[in-house]
Design a binder for this molecule. Structure first.
Ligand code: PMP
Length: 450
């Protein structure tokens, strides 16, 4: 065997690595990435691919930014590790920076991932209610199709049947309502009216469950993993009002939307006047260069944990959470996003370039194109009148054909439980205009050749 073949055997389909999805489809050829630059990566056979989903929508700055690598290396030389049972400078600076960016005073608890950031939020929410005289408030409400993580609590808030059923029973206290999904809504009226009815339904749930039992609502501003669902901003405002009315905390999951992806620094900023009680972040916080999760909590909530006596403290520790190198990377990442006006860029190129993909609405199999900034979903249907989702096999053909042409895109949706009929395009926010043209041309020609 040649050296390349030996490497492939030890790293590709025949390796001992479990994570990679090709394990669930042993016939698919595993892609083994070796390096990346800008929006492109190279596999071990030397093929170039444009990463049209930014890894798992986290590489906001793309691959290979030397300044980010240097920030990590310098921090590791200086202080290789330190636990946040005490303090270190990069974590303090990052917590202060997040408070400044979020638009109100927030205290931040650092962890390692989006799932962990959401778990932390759930524990804080329950303990907060307990310590402010409402010990019965323990339930969490999330929306069908939402994805909030893979650990038991975050998975329980995740309301996608295909991800859940094998691992049930979920811990008690996780409830789900309809998402603001006007394309397939059971309500009638305009898109906005349908969305507002979905919010009304959430209010109904709180009333029927008893407001004295509901701790928090957790939502993404725009459902990403469940098929790119972009509600009317009035829906987000209405949910925020409902939460206030019933003294239910609003946890905004900004794991995907945060740090520029949707054309604002945070997704919730599209909805004027909305200031979540808790914001959870990961992915774009470091542009994926190192793992980091953050749970930022409004200072008035944090006050309930500051009281004298250990029993009031949050009993929650994360050995690697807020690793000094990860915090240094996050600070550098944010610095670059701000200095290079990445958010403005996403707005203008989203509206001038990626918007061209809306032309695909003319195709018989494209039911809806949904886009905000560099987050775009194409809902694929067999028939526009019946909205029957196209099959998983055809979805795989489209994704496979794009890959053959050097473009990696994703698919998700969960429209039929287990069926993914939404094509996902979420390139690095630093993609060049040529990169975006390549995405538009490749996706359009693949769909037109169907
Ligand atoms: N929330 C959302 C909205 C996500 O998309 C994800 C990951 N896809 C998570 C939470 C969980 O993040 P992680 O994989 O870092 O645990």
């Amino acid at each position: 065997k040649t050296e390349v073949e030996m490497n492939q055997a030890s790293t590709g389909n025949e390796s001992h690595l479990w994570n990679a999805m090709h394990k669930y489809n042993p016939d698919a050829k595993a892609t083994v990435a070796v390096s990346g630059e800008g929006s492109w990566f190279i596999d071990e056979e030397g093929n170039d691919y444009l990463d049209g989903v930014s890894g798992l929508w986290c590489l906001n700055l793309g691959y290979g930014r030397q300044e980010v690598v240097d920030a990590a290396a310098e921090q590791m030389k200086k202080l290789s590790y330190f636990p946040l049972t005490m303090n270190h400078q990069p974590a303090i600076q990052l917590a202060n920076k997040l408070s400044e960016m979020l638009g109100a005073e927030y205290q931040t608890f650092f962890s390692n991932s989006g799932s962990e950031a959401n778990e932390t939020a759930f524990k804080i929410a329950r303990q907060y209610h307990m310590q402010t005289g409402n010990p019965g408030k323990y339930k969490f409400i999330s929306r069908y199709r939402a994805y909030h993580g893979s650990t038991m609590g975050a998975l329980s808030a995740t309301a996608q049947a295909n991800r859940r059923v094998k691992y049930d029973p979920a811990p008690p206290g996780f409830l789900h309502v309809a998402p603001p999904y006007s394309y397939r809504s059971l309500f009638s009226g305009s898109a906005e009216e349908k969305d507002l009815r979905a919010a009304d339904e959430m209010e109904e749930m709180i009333r029927w469950e008893g407001e004295e039992t509901v701790a928090a609502v957790i939502m993404e501003p725009f459902i990403s993993g469940g098929g790119v669902i972009i509600p009317s901003m009035k829906y987000i405002q209405r949910v925020a009002d409902i939460c206030k009315k019933y003294h239910v905390l609003l946890i905004m999951d900004e794991v995907v939307a945060g740090f520029g992806r949707t054309g604002k620094m945070f997704g919730f900023k599209h909805a004027a006047g909305v200031q979540p009680d808790i914001v959870t972040m990961a992915k774009g916080l470091t542009s994926g260069y190192l793992p980091l999760g953050a749970t930022s909590v409004k200072s008035e909530i944090y006050e309930a944990f500051k009281q004298e006596g250990k029993d009031k403290h949050l009993r929650h520790v994360s050995t690697y959470g807020g690793h000094p190198a990860a915090c240094a990377v996050a600070l550098k990442n944010i610095d670059i996003i701000e200095k290079e006006n990445v958010v403005d860029r996403v707005n203008s190129l989203g509206n001038s370039k990626l918007i061209e993909l809306h032309d695909l609405m003319n195709h018989k199999n494209v039911g809806e194109v949904r886009q905000i900034g560099f987050l775009l979903g194409l809902e694929m249907v067999e028939d526009k009148a019946t909205k029957e989702p196209i099959s998983e096999a055809r979805m795989s053909e489209i994704v496979g054909a794009c890959k053959q042409n050097g473009l990696v895109i994703g698919k998700n949706g969960d429209t039929v439980p287990g069926g993914n009929n939404v094509l996902i395009i979420a390139p690095p926010l630093t993609s060049t205009e040529e990169d975006l043209d390549f995405i538009i041309e490749t996706v359009s020609s693949v769909i037109h050749s169907m």
